[in-house]
Design a protein around this ligand. Structure first.
Ligand SMILES: [Fe+2]
Length: 267
């Protein structure tokens, strides 16, 4: 496909220009986007003008789009992207949202038995600068571990529980997961990971902290600096991500439309 940028960083990222995502994709275009996602993990489509309905339809071309936000009236409307913003109930910018989770390195919903394969954000309103999103490549990080460490963690399972709701059931997944499409092995860690199954709690926490430190070194990270209209998709199976609080969240509006495509059980 025309319009691919050079790689945006050694850790991932590619930009694809010249597509109008408000319209149904050709089969070739869809396949090329999947190939870009598998090769680069983060795919940026600049300058997109899509409604929430059109975004949902775009996401649905890659799999089953998850419902979200059942705790807010009206938010569970089917077949639209949901709104992610720093606005309070009066529509005023506020720092209180997402402090609990989004500013920590995480993958989306790892506490589900079949966590999302990809997440999509469309930048609808942005602060004048900042409000970046960082992505850490956990396959590169895994490959860079010493053989001895890879051997020691090969068979471990990591337990996840929502950091915002300790009453929810825990789910365990392989600490080293295998990408179902590329076969790449990647660390499965981040916020919501509570401990390692069968390991004393303190030792498991220490191991998770050490692996997170390793995986989020700058050499494994791509930082996306948003432009209005950017639509970005990323592969949760090989990436951690976090929002960066590098803007005045209580002053400027930041509004994203988000869609999440269901994945398979990690192995
Ligand atoms: Fe997230």
């Amino acid at each position: 496909m025309d319009g691919w940028s050079p790689a945006l960083s050694p850790a991932g990222g590619v930009s694809i220009a010249g597509l109008d995502l408000s319209r149904p994709l050709s089969g070739d275009a869809r396949d090329a986007i999947v190939a870009a996602l598998l090769a680069h993990h983060v795919v940026v489509f600049p300058g997109q003008s899509v409604t929430r309905e059109q975004q949902f339809a775009f996401a649905a071309q890659f799999g089953e789009v998850e419902a979200h936000g059942g705790h807010r009236p009206g938010a569970k409307r089917y077949a639209v992207a949901h709104v992610l913003s720093n606005l309070d109930e009066n529509g005023k910018p506020s720092f209180k949202f997402s402090r609990a989770a989004n500013y920590h390195w995480h993958t989306d919903k790892p506490y589900h038995p079949a966590p999302p394969m990809l997440t999509m954000l469309h930048a609808v309103e942005l602060p004048p600068a900042g409000g970046d999103t960082e992505f850490a490549n956990t396959a590169l990080a895994y490959a860079a571990l010493p053989d001895e460490t890879r051997g020691a963690i090969a068979a471990l399972r990591v337990v996840f529980r929502p950091a915002f709701d300790a009453s929810r059931a825990a789910v365990d997944h392989p600490l080293v997961r295998t990408h179902p499409d590329t076969g790449a092995k990647a660390l499965y860690i981040g916020n919501h990971a509570t401990h390692i199954a069968g390991m004393p709690a303190a030792a498991g926490e220490a191991l998770l902290a050490r692996l997170l430190d390793h995986a989020t070194q700058r050499r494994f990270v791509y930082t996306h600096r948003w432009q209005l209209g950017d639509l970005v998709i990323w592969d949760n199976r090989v990436l951690l991500h976090r929002a960066v609080a590098n803007y005045a969240a209580d002053t400027y509006r930041r509004v994203m439309h988000r869609s999440v495509v269901r994945g398979t059980v990690p192995f």
